[in-house]
Design a binder for this molecule. Structure first.
Ligand code: UTP
Length: 463
């Protein structure tokens, strides 16, 4: 696109301010800025700024919200039994019908770590990174079922290069070359909250950020992963986030419920510990399963209880889903199948005079898509409850925060692994940290034959 064409396009969109420093830029800088601008759908930005895609009336939806169709941990009248689910899931794993989508494109702003979150050393004894922790779990599951389970790892421009280099340096933590495909998600520009104008992060660069974990859908198709999954006859994709070390990757039971229920999308959920817990609420409204974010759920609906005193809207989403591949294909083929959510954020920018501004309060709007917004499109969607202590300890905040920090996640890993060892017959001295590599034992049954007979009296990594 020539400068004249670009300028004309920006004028129509009312966004000429991004060319304010054009005359000062060298060729390379001009190429960079033009490439960013050419990738932008200005019509979409205009609609989003003008709020033409009006957000739903959350209060009205919350008023009608019911608990979702679910397999509950303590219920005796679930639709399917755990035994039949495990058998069905194991069968699909052995038949190599599963792939894993692991999303690691987030900027991890709250954690404040200078590298992709997957590179964060979290192993309480081993110091293993999140990448290693999750990839080892995948390898252990694949080994158990004598199957290949390809990993589709999503990065973003913010995390891509470092992730690629890190995994190459560590030989993909043992994953076969053919079993790893790294794909990069798209970006969205931030706009000034008052004016809707695009912001410059630098004179030659827009303020861009990853387009949310919902960006997985478009990127999975665009980057050739869907075609790869098709070629491999992968029928279902297990989806999860990089920031939870306890994820039960490709859990046969979850997969089994998904298959038995003929579900397009099956979500794992935990029983909320508090009415205002900061997790998305999986609910059913007029028969449609969907997530209402904690920030959108009016407290009076969050607090509602059932006859036994437990929370009515109990299901907290943990970002673990299983998708039927054909469902993802259908959703990807549908224009705007995922809405954009807005978030007001403090975004540094270069002002009209060329000075760098670092706002301390939110000045801009970022637009993100969320993967859980696929739920309303799914046929036979079902939720499967898991025990948080077994499956959910996210690393969101920096140490020092009371919840969801590296310290709380490490403690959860130690507690889970100690229980696994104790169930296998081990005797662990009070206050001693233990950590188990899933390649050593995926569960207590596997650990039983290998457990030390002497009391474990010092921090030990079982590997
Ligand atoms: P979060 O929404 O918690 O974001 O991501 P984050 O980047 O980890 O942290 P903050 O909000 O900046 O502090 C949940 C999961 O979704 C991925 C993240 O990498 C994480 O695994 N994600 C998020 C993406 O892959 N892309 C995105 O655009 C956003």
């Amino acid at each position: 696109m020539t400068y004249a064409e670009l300028a004309a396009r920006l004028e129509v969109a009312g966004q000429q301010q991004v060319l304010a420093f054009w005359d000062e830029l060298n060729d390379q800088q001009r190429t960079r800025l033009s490439a960013q601008l050419e990738a932008i759908d200005f019509e979409l930005i205009k609609q989003l700024v003008q709020g033409e895609d009006a957000a739903p009336d959350w209060a009205a939806l919350a008023a009608k919200a019911q608990p979702p169709r679910a397999i509950r941990r303590d219920s005796t009248d679930n639709e399917f039994s755990p035994e039949e689910a495990i058998a069905r899931g194991e069968q699909a794993l052995r038949a190599e019908q599963l792939g894993l989508i692991l999303v690691a494109g987030g900027q991890g702003t709250r954690l404040g770590f200078d590298h992709p979150k997957g590179m964060f050393p979290l192993g309480p004894v081993s110091g293993r990174t999140l990448f290693q922790i999750l990839i080892e779990r995948l390898r252990a599951v694949a080994k158990r079922y004598g199957a290949s389970i390809p990993l589709y790892l999503m990065t973003s421009p913010a995390t891509h290069e470092e992730t690629v280099a890190f995994l190459a340096e560590h030989d993909r933590f043992g994953l076969g070359k053919d079993d790893l495909r790294i794909f990069c998600q798209g970006v969205m520009p931030a706009v000034d909250a008052q004016t809707g104008k695009l912001l410059l992060a630098e004179r030659d660069s827009l303020a861009l950020s990853p387009d949310g974990h919902g960006g997985t859908l478009a990127a999975f198709v665009k980057e050739g992963c869907m075609a790869d999954a098709q070629r491999r006859n992968i029928e279902h994709l297990f989806y999860c986030h990089i920031d939870n070390p306890l994820i039960q990757i490709c859990d046969p039971q979850l997969i089994g419920y998904h298959l038995l229920a003929s579900s397009d999308m099956t979500s794992q959920a935990v029983k909320k510990r508090a009415a205002d817990e900061k997790v998305g609420n999986v609910v059913t409204v007029d028969g449609v399963t969907q997530v209402i974010e904690y920030s959108d759920l009016p407290p009076e609906y969050g607090r509602q209880t059932q006859a036994d005193g437990s929370l009515k809207l109990w299901a907290g989403s943990i970002g673990v889903h299983t998708f039927r591949r054909s469902f993802l294909e259908r959703a990807a083929g549908q224009k705007n199948s995922l809405p954009f959510h807005r978030a007001k954020k403090a975004v540094p920018y270069v002002d009209a005079d060329g000075s760098e501004v670092k706002p301390t309060s939110p000045n801009a709007i970022k637009f993100e898509r969320f993967i859980f917004d696929l739920l309303p499109l799914a046929e036979n969607a079902i939720v499967v409850e898991v025990d948080a202590s077994d499956a959910f300890a996210p690393v969101k905040n920096a140490d020092g925060e009371p919840t969801d920090s590296p310290t709380t996640a490490k403690a959860a890993m130690v507690a889970r692994d100690a229980k696994l060892l104790q169930d296998a017959g081990a005797n662990i001295a009070e206050g001693v940290d233990v950590e188990v590599s899933p390649l050593w034992a995926l569960d207590a049954a596997e650990a039983a034959a290998k457990c030390p007979t002497d009391e474990i009296t010092e921090a030990t990594y079982f590997v």
